[in-house]
Design a protein around this ligand. Structure first.
Ligand code: C2E
Ligand code: MG
Ligand code: MG
Ligand code: MG
Length: 273
């Protein structure tokens, strides 16, 4: 753990901040209106077993069909939603859409991963809310994976410990997303009952060329296995990386090499029929 922390310290040196606004910047009022008029929808990126190549799950990724700015990715509106307090309403829509979709896919042996901002886990009383929603839709909680990013969690580890433990006790899966990009002490990781670790794509995408990235991936995999977690590698863009991850014992892969995020219809027709 010390060795991994030291190595990650190198990657997580503070970067100079650029405060330039993006060229396309939605406003808070347009976000509010967009939520009210249902302009948000989900796309799904398949996740594959690295051993068998079979689909084992999908990750729900949010998109905003903005009336004048066009199709927007979450990087352009999630931070705004978090700052303006609209993230809870947005997360409610995400949960509704993702779970409704999952209810339609009840015949398929796949999981659904959902990204949530850590604050919403607390604000929405996530264990009770998800429990009520999955019960109403007759969805097995073990098919649902809640993804939280490392950075936000570790700033408030003890606050999240209780609520995440309750989610786990209701049999929802917990995944630590973008692993390796936080500034955290890894001791917290051991205390929160995650059952999945996602290696951040910045390491995966460089691991063929950069031996330190490869070492981070390797050590993350052995840390995860030591803590009884399985590993998802995201950002796999070529066959060589896929093969290397198989050699390293990574269980699940996700990335443009296999599939971009696609519509629910495409998931159904390409993978579930
Ligand atoms: P993430 O959860 O780490 O999701 C993976 C991101 O990497 C997605 O970007 C996906 O399209 C992209 N990606 C997947 N494979 C590859 C690859 O091989 N190469 C490259 N270059 N990129 C790849 P996306 O959809 O733009 O999402 C960005 C982030 O926004 C997500 O990162 C997640 O943290 C956040 N996000 C997405 N949907 C939601 C949501 O419903 N709620 C919240 N709170 N956050 C969300
Ligand atoms: Mg994610
Ligand atoms: Mg990620
Ligand atoms: Mg990310």
């Amino acid at each position: 753990i010390d060795q991994l922390e030291e190595l990650l310290g190198k990657f997580n040196m503070p970067q100079p901040k650029t405060d330039e606004p993006p060229s396309i910047a939605p406003t808070e009022s347009s976000l509010r209106r967009g939520i009210a008029s249902q302009e948000f929808f989900l796309v799904y990126q398949p996740q594959f077993s690295i051993a068998t190549g079979k689909i084992v799950g999908v990750e729900a990724l949010l998109r905003w069909q903005h009336p004048t700015l066009g199709l927007l990715h979450p990087g352009l509106f999630i931070p705004l939603a978090e700052q303006s307090g609209l993230i809870n309403q947005l997360t409610e829509q995400v949960l509704e859409q993702a779970l409704a979709q999952m209810a339609k896919w009840d015949h398929a042996d796949i999981t659904m991963s959902i990204n949530v901002s850590p604050t919403t886990v607390v604000d929405l009383n996530m264990p009770e809310k998800l429990d009520a929603m999955t019960t109403a839709l007759e969805i097995d909680p073990e098919k649902i994976v809640i993804e939280l990013t490392e950075t936000a969690l570790m700033e408030n580890a003890s606050l999240y410990m209780d609520i995440l433990t309750r989610l786990r006790m209701k049999r929802f899966n917990l995944s630590i997303d973008d692993f390796g990009t936080g500034y955290s002490s890894m001791q917290h990781l051991v205390r929160i009952p995650f059952n999945e670790l996602k290696i951040d794509q910045s390491f995966v995408r460089q691991m063929l060329k950069d031996t330190e990235c490869r070492t981070v991936a390797q050590m993350s995999i052995s840390l995860a296995h030591g803590l009884n977690m399985h590993v998802v590698a995201e950002g796999i863009e070529d066959q060589e990386t896929f093969d290397l991850l198989r050699e390293l014992g990574c269980e699940i892969g996700q990335g443009f090499h296999m599939s971009h995020p696609v519509s629910a219809w495409e998931i159904e027709h390409l993978y579930l029929s």
